[in-house]
Design a protein around this ligand. Structure first.
Ligand code: PEP
Length: 250
């Protein structure tokens, strides 16, 4: 089954509205109409309306970096799926390691977010990945599959089909230390194998699994050449439109 590659930029806590608009305008000029790849930008919440406006009529998708699982309520500082849809979002990143590390986001919270997202038209981008300590202790399989199992618990095959998975080894995020294509492929193929056993071969063959962790224009092609790597979730190298466009045109 052919899987359309996804290149998603996670702009983290960078860029004002004016900067987001500027980068999007440059990016549109560079990659618009490049239909081979699904391109997504994920600015901060405050820039989402401006980004949606700048993306009007564009094939580039818009994503949020986080979302809450409740419809509405007394949850100071949180944003609901309805609010994301209201400003024109199509994707939402959940379970990013920075959320897990700095904001104590647990697998249970990730699972709730997923349960909520799959009831909406938003496409979840679910992040999983091990720390350096866990890799050195040879716990990659247990950690990554454990995160997946707990996040996907209770979901139907049809719902899981709608998810994009991002394997992001924590030791490779923002460190300049990329997993070699072989190391990344090993985990991607393990995830796909697990999806096949747990759900179906069909699902495993159709679901997109992105790699994230210091992906740059210089290493994207060799990562994308791996059979089980279907795209990239990119932080640093997605902030600059030229570099982002090079990633899209790997
Ligand atoms: C990320 O934020 O998901 C990420 C992979 O960051 P970087 O590309 O900077 O390592």
């Amino acid at each position: 089954m052919s899987r359309k590659p996804v290149i998603a930029g996670n702009w983290k806590m960078y860029k004002t509205q004016a900067e987001v608009i500027g980068t999007i305008e440059e990016l549109r000029a560079l990659v618009e109409g490049y239909a081979e790849v699904e391109v997504v930008v994920c600015p901060t919440f405050t820039s989402l309306p401006a980004a949606a406006n700048a993306l009007r009529g564009s094939s580039i998708g818009l994503g949020a970096q986080n979302v809450h699982w409740e419809e509405e309520g007394a949850f100071t500082g949180e944003i609901s799926t309805e609010m994301l849809l209201d400003v024109g979002c199509q994707y939402a990143i959940i379970g990013h390691s920075e959320r897990r590390q700095h904001f104590s986001e647990s697998d249970e919270m990730v699972s709730r977010k997923l349960q909520k997202l799959i009831q909406t038209p938003l496409t979840p981008i679910l992040c999983v990945g091990e720390t350096l300590e866990e890799r050195e202790a040879e716990r990659v399989e247990e950690v990554v599959l454990g995160q997946l199992e707990r996040a996907l618990a209770g979901l139907t095959v049809e719902s899981v089909f709608r998810i994009i998975i991002a394997y992001e080894p924590v030791w490779a995020i923002g460190t300049g230390r990329t997993a070699t294509p072989e190391v990344a492929e090993e985990v991607h193929s393990m995830i796909r194998g697990w999806l096949s056993e747990t759900y179906s071969e069909d699902l495993a063959g159709g679901i997109r699994i992105l790699y994230g962790g210091s992906v740059k224009p210089g290493n994207v092609a060799e990562l994308m050449a791996q059979p089980d790597i279907d795209g990239a979730l990119v932080g640093g190298a997605s902030l600059d439109s030229q570099s982002f466009a090079q990633l899209v045109k790997y």
